[in-house]
Ligand binder design. Structure first.
Ligand SMILES: Cc1cc2nc3c(=O)[nH]c(=O)nc-3n(C[C@H](O)[C@H](O)[C@H](O)COP(=O)(O)O)c2cc1C
Length: 317
């Protein structure tokens, strides 16, 4: 998720769940080919398993970028066919690719030829008036024939004109039944459901009918929902411990980043939701929000915020 799932958030999320698959922000082929490639590909080994998401439509460029992903050690490379922003449409990629399944098929085939890591696709259930189940089925059929075995499907269509990207994540109704039907029609493919999932209970319910669940906003804003994922869904014996333990484990990483010149707020903005629903959560958030930018290299801000967790002390008489 752009601006959200950067390496700082991913490092933090990994301390909460070791087994969930994490995704990078979308990185465009132009950024990788012409930009600061090392920066866009950088991650910490602990973030594995980690998928690099690419934005682009030129098969040759996508193949070259898939190779970069493989060389950098990513577990998977994912092609974005779901983002509806204008900027992405001007580059003719993202959700508008759902209108050109042959081109997506060519891109996937070129990527699959270039690498041995899985090449996967993230798509919507439809775009504009191309929103019938038949169109979705043909898109997945065409693209899977060219070598993609796994589709993460945001169970909403996107309106490319008239709705903002944010509105396109909320206004078109969720149609889980179309994603479930895809799984029935393509039992050999991995079908991952995305959109509106806010708890592991819901995820488990979906898992009766699909192979995986992708959680976006809730995992970011309320990351502790991932805390039971390893034990409930991946058969692990141990979860992450407490929120305090996660924060303690995060601090050496933050210190290392501060020494490298990263500003505290760039990192702590991703952990504001850690204590959601707990006593003191608001104080924790406020302390970080108010102080990290004033004291951008002072790790004490984080310790102070943590000390604010818990019920307020009883007033003295
Ligand atoms: C701020 C933001 C940035 C996003 N960036 C991406 C992105 O880079 N690539 C992508 O495939 N989806 C992106 N999405 C969409 C999410 O991956 C997801 O499909 C959508 O939010 C619905 O799932 P959710 O209800 O679990 O959040 C983004 C969503 C948000 C809120």
């Amino acid at each position: 998720m752009m601006e959200y799932t950067d390496r700082y958030f991913r490092y933090f999320a990994r301390l909460i769940s070791r087994h969930t698959l994490l995704y990078t922000e979308m990185v465009t082929t132009a950024a990788l080919i012409h930009g600061d490639r090392a920066r866009f590909l950088a991650y910490d080994a602990s973030e594995h398993p980690l998928a690099l998401q690419l934005g682009g439509s030129d098969p040759h460029d996508l193949a070259a970028c898939a190779q970069m992903a493989e060389q950098a050690g990513y577990a998977e490379v994912n092609l974005n066919c779901g983002c509806p922003s204008d900027r992405v449409q001007n580059g003719s990629f993202g959700a508008c690719l759902m209108k050109t399944p042959q081109l997506v098929g060519d891109a996937v085939a070129a990527m699959v030829d270039a690498v041995s890591i899985p090449v996967t696709v993230k798509n919507r259930i439809g775009v504009d008036d191309m929103d019938s189940y038949e169109h979705l089925r043909d898109f997945v059929g065409t693209v899977s024939e060219r070598g993609c075995q796994s589709f993460a499907v945001h169970a909403r269509k996107a309106w490319l004109k008239g709705l903002s990207p944010k509105q396109n994540r909320d206004i078109p109704p969720l149609q889980y039944e179309l994603v479930q039907r895809l799984k029935r029609d393509f039992p050999h493919l991995e079908i991952i459901l995305n959109g509106g999932v806010t708890s592991l209970d819901e995820a488990e319910e979906h898992l009766r009918q699909v192979d995986g669940v992708m959680i976006g906003r809730e995992a970011y804003h309320n990351p502790w929902i991932l805390a039971d994922a390893d034990t409930r869904l991946f058969g692990a014996r141990q979860g992450p411990g407490s929120r305090e333990q996660v924060l303690q484990a995060f601090i050496p990483f933050v210190e290392e980043q501060l020494r490298a010149g990263v500003r505290l707020g760039h990192i702590t903005r991703h952990i504001l939701g850690l204590y959601n629903g707990q006593p003191g959560a608001r104080r924790f958030r406020r302390h970080l929000s108010e102080n990290t930018w004033r004291r951008p290299d002072d790790i004490a801000v984080l310790h102070e915020a943590q000390a604010l967790i818990g019920p307020l002390p009883a007033p003295e008489h």
